[in-house]
Design a protein around this ligand. Structure first.
Ligand SMILES: [Zn+2]
Length: 228
């Protein structure tokens, strides 16, 4: 099994904290904490799909403006997760600028912001083409520690005390499965849509007993299979 993600610290040990996690197969990235991100390239910033902010002390949050500056004018949706107060903090940043020209953008940036509290997670949307105005509407769900569970990636959180509410995060990658095509040829097994079904069977615990039959060959979809 190989990894589907690459990670790097954005800054040095005495500079603003930030971890950039890149998923090459899908060309997207997650960002953990949003201190200075000046060392990231524009290309790297444009890949960011989700941002996880532990708390909004300035060294963890001052990169928001740079991130926003790069993203403006792009047809992107970015989901930001943060602790109690993050909605107010983001709205404060957004209200610090004049947005009378943004209706002219063909493409519109959308920010989805989720404030993670101990009892509830409150989510609001801010649309560039609507001048990032805060609306009264929001979605509220009961707190759960799993913030993201998609495409084999799970991000969990825990609320810590840092004098203020502060989020810790963990990211876990599901086993990544690659099929060795030359091994298939040696086994005289044809490639086809069954490969995705097979991967799905391996990825989901429910189907561990699934059996795939190829003429006289049988392959059991069990974990740690060594055929490939
Ligand atoms: Zn702090």
């Amino acid at each position: 099994m190989s990894s589907s993600l690459k990670s790097k610290l954005i800054n040095g040990p005495f500079d603003d904290p930030g971890l950039y996690i890149y998923f090459p197969l899908v060309n997207r990235a997650f960002l953990f904490d949003l201190g200075s991100i000046n060392s990231l390239s524009i290309k790297e910033i444009l890949r960011i799909k989700k941002i996880f902010i532990s708390h909004t002390h300035i060294d963890h949050f001052c990169g928001f403006d740079h991130f926003l500056r790069i993203m403006l004018g792009h047809n992107k949706t970015v989901h930001i997760f943060g602790p109690d107060g993050i909605l107010k903090n983001i709205e404060g940043k957004l209200s610090g600028y004049t947005w009378n020209l943004v209706e002219k953008y063909q493409q519109g940036l959308v920010l989805i912001v989720s404030e993670v509290g101990s009892k509830f997670i409150k989510t609001k949307k801010y649309l560039c083409r609507e001048r990032f105005l805060s609306s009264d509407s929001f979605e509220q769900t009961a707190f759960k520690d799993v913030l993201v569970n998609e495409s084999g990636i799970k991000v969990k959180t825990r609320i810590l005390d840092h004098g203020i509410s502060c989020l810790a995060f963990s990211i876990k990658e599901r086993d990544f499965i690659n099929i060795d095509k030359s091994a298939l040829m040696k086994l005289k097994i044809m490639q086809g849509p069954w490969i995705n079904d097979f991967k799905h069977a391996l990825y989901t615990d429910k189907n561990q007993e699934s059996i795939f039959v190829f003429s006289t060959k049988k392959i059991a979809a069990i974990h740690n299979i060594n055929l490939f």
